[in-house]
Write a protein that binds this ligand. Sequence first.
Ligand code: GTP
Ligand code: SPV
Ligand code: MN
Length: 614
Amino acid sequence: MALVDIETPTAPARGRWPQVEGPGMAALEEWVYEIAELTQPDRIHWVSGTRAENRALLEQMVEDGKLIKLNPEWRPGSYLARSHPSDVARTEARTFIASERKIDAGPTNNWADPAEMRATLDGVFEGSMRGRTMYVVAFSMGAVGGPLSHIGVQVTDSPYAVASIGVMTRVGDEVTQLIADGAPWVKTVHSVGAPLKPGEEDVAWPYNDEKYIVHYPDTLEVWSYGSGYGGNAILAKKCFALRIASVIGRNEGWLAEHMLLIRVIDPTGKKYHVAAAFPSACGKTNLAMLRPTIPGWRVETLGDDIVWIRPGEDGRLWAINPEAGFFGVAPGTGESTNVTAVETLWGNTIFTNVALRPDGDVWWEGLTDEAPDDLIDWEGNPWTPASGRPAAHPNSRFTVRAAQCPQIADDWEDAVPLDVILFGGRRATNVPLVVEATDWNHGVFIGSTISSERTAAAEGTVGELRRDPFAMLPFCGYNMADYFAHWLEIGASEELTAPPAIFQVNWFRRGADGRFLWPGFGDNSRVIEWIIRRIQGEAGAIESPIGYLPDTDELNLDGIDVPQADLDELFHVDAASWSREADLTEEFYAQFGDRIPAELTEQLAALRSRLAEA
Ligand code: GTP
Ligand code: SPV
Ligand code: MN
């Protein structure tokens, strides 16, 4: 199929156009031409979403040196992308919320005046797509036409972004048809910011040192410039489905969350739905694909990164995974940790910044216990185990369709009722393996106090402890104090007669010798089992100043060997350390001034008095 049409020097060539008619089409086409006039691409190609088109795009990228085709014998339909070494993670310092009022962005977001930012971006985007094709991608988050779904359109000059959006969302003319029929849609614009002069040869990973990831919550728009990296370039994902959707959710009474979603099936066949918010690279994909190590229990995958939650008419909270794929962390994914992911990645996968084997397959740290002798690292240089540096970038990732996961639920595109919400983070100290909130408001308090050691998923110093309330610090599109209030309001609604129970978990507590105290991964099913037995009213608990802890006799440890001393440490609540945590929480809350909900300062005071009595 031809991706390119005849070129004219004055206006972009019109390549493929959708055969779609309807009253909404004029506004969409007008917007597409407006962006083209600003960015001046050579060609416009409207993405159809067909397999043939996808294959042609990928093969064109191979020809252009932008992708390496993996050996189909090991990895059919799969490709390796190597980014520029500076464009490997989300750039939070260059991510902006351009709300009319600064207070609506809140102290935890970078705010920009929308009028000033528009003027800046007009300059930055002017001619930014010269020499390139501008792709128009209509996408649906959630099943096409589904009751909780939302539509967006991304224009982009990055074929890598187009291929990724095709995996992560539902793309194509059926979505454009909904727009033509009058459905509302969100505008998203992306350019790698690397225009080509006539005759200039392209590079493998075009990008720009100057980056802007800008959200206009008042007009529901995203403008992203200078980066090709997932979270900066697949605008449907963090930009739309979290930052913009969180604003829509606040206005409409629902929640957009950085959560995984699973169905847990107990030995009697009873089903429970669990959503869990952990910060970036803190275990969502792994828990989403959990294979229980305890007999009789099963887990079905529904989603691994984003969940939209709405109150239902039955008094429960209903959740969907709006995405259609996984953009998962590669390092640490192996047979012994996440065999489900390994099986999911058998083919049809785009890998980014992993290492290449001489046989044309891929490798990353943790895929196998021992590293191959001889690799090409993520930057394209020869590598051996003696090289003294990782072969794959710590934030290297795989992009693959959800439907390819062997334990995906048959009905994974439908909404499910939530029984449990988990909050977690990466904490070497203090936070126990699991603790149950006493009620909704206590659970919201716990969510608001989540902190976690920094990971490679965003720029910054790895390992440094930072606050990441609800795992949403980088993704909340409005003032986080208002976000806390929104959570409290949802819980206070009289219609919510059966709210999910809330727990905090921490798989990452370490002993004095630095090793993880808990085996984690498949054995996290033991924690899930206690949680489910707890909500069934079957398991006892011990009251502590920070919530209900399991009696360690109640935790199913059959078949694993966790020394008693480690167990004691896993559940140890140190009053002095928790008092210091409370001081840090007070400091964290202070930046929001009197916008912080009274319910949360009351929770903090109550925690302090329980700690004083302990
Ligand atoms: P994002 O895609 O960035 O939002 O990350 P995520 O939360 O989905 O993180 P993911 O599941 O990919 O895990 C990131 C890292 O944590 C990987 O290196 C995993 O191997 C590691 N990890 C996940 N679960 C566990 C666990 O139970 N114990 C330990 N020790 N490590 C874990
Ligand atoms: C994260 O950083 O939380 C991710 C990867 O899931 S990205 O889509 O790049 O945000
Ligand atoms: Mn994420």
